[in-house]
Design a binder for this molecule. Sequence first.
Ligand code: AI9
Ligand code: AOF
Ligand code: ZN
Length: 361
Amino acid sequence: MTKEEYMNIALTLAKSTIGQTSPNPSVGAVVVKDGRIVGMGSHLRAGLAHAEVIAIEQAGDDAIGADVYVTLEPCSHHGKTPPCADLLIEHQVKRVYIACVDPNPSVAGEGIKKLKQAGIEVEVGIREAEALAINKSFFFYMQHKRPYVTLKAAMTLDGKTATKTGDSKWITGEAARKDVHKQRAIHDAIMVGVNTVQQDNPQLTTRLPQGGKNPIRIILDTQLSINQASNVLQDKEAPTWIVCGSKVNVEAFANAFPHITVLQQSTPTIRLPELLDKLGELDIQSLYVEGGSTVHGSFVKENLFQACHWYIAPTLLGGIDAKTVVGGRSPENMIDATQLTIASMEQIGSDIKVIAYPKQE
Ligand SMILES: Nc1c(/N=C/[C@H](O)[C@H](O)[C@H](O)COP(=O)(O)O)[nH]c(=O)[nH]c1=O
Ligand SMILES: Nc1c(N[C@@H]2O[C@H](COP(=O)(O)O)[C@@H](O)[C@H]2O)[nH]c(=O)[nH]c1=O
Ligand SMILES: [Zn+2]
């Protein structure tokens, strides 16, 4: 097989663990000796062995003089596990093919330098775009110490997310909703505004036949006005964090709901940039914002999102009094609209899924 084909195997190993390695990146490694695969591995969970460690252990003595394909630059720092760069040197591998460099400040470029100093041949950049995409949340988080924010909305073809009474069940079909649950399973946290809680009483859990972890549920509720019988407060299915303003007396609520985390802001209203910094401090690397329209309006207006996942159903609701997808106030002119780049469009069941990214300034 070609070096790209071996790297594809490592990428598949990495892709298969997306969402379960946070706050670490998902990494895959393959060890090849004389045209045979003698070891392969994925980093399965933070704190467990790195991908290279698993693959090298499997290879045993075959690691000597072998080629190693790894989707992320081997680490060179002592975290919870010993450095992979040193391990590869100890096991006298011949060449290391790396898909992308690790932007983690304590790692970037160090691993490659160590390998080269030990006389190991290193080639960087094979299937680099694929590798960068796998850990886009991790890389964003390392650079900004804030979660990578994906806005998710479901709408009719005429851009409505609910009728004038707030009814929205359902707009998109089973297949699209299943896709949403797959996204929930790979995100550290999911966020909705209190209006969505009052209107839909959502569970915001991952409900897939094959299982999948529940994201932390974050509810924006400035006045702490949430209905106390809500699922997110009562069902104990997943951690729930309530974000409220500084003017609220949280004592009674905290006593009534000891299992709920209250993140009280230092300002009367919730300021998203400060909240995202706080979520970054709390190790939230990926945030899935399910709306509603007011919340989406704020993220768009303040340009605080990195991706949009728009699910569009083949229905027309009509009505200037129906709920619109992105709330808030309209800009004066089209020139003030947020420009996006459409990355993909696919049909899921009878709905369309559009993924778009804000154009970099
Ligand atoms: N109304 C629709 C959506 N509605 C999205 C709202 O956030 C809704 O409250 C939650 O998705 C409900 O969560 P849970 O199922 O209780 O965990 N989202 C969709 O993708 N399609 C739709 O038709
Ligand atoms: N998961 C992963 C790497 N992850 C790198 O190591 C850091 C975590 O180190 P630790 O706390 O010891 O697990 C993480 O922030 C990232 O920079 N590196 C690798 O060589 N291979 C792996 O499989
Ligand atoms: Zn490592």
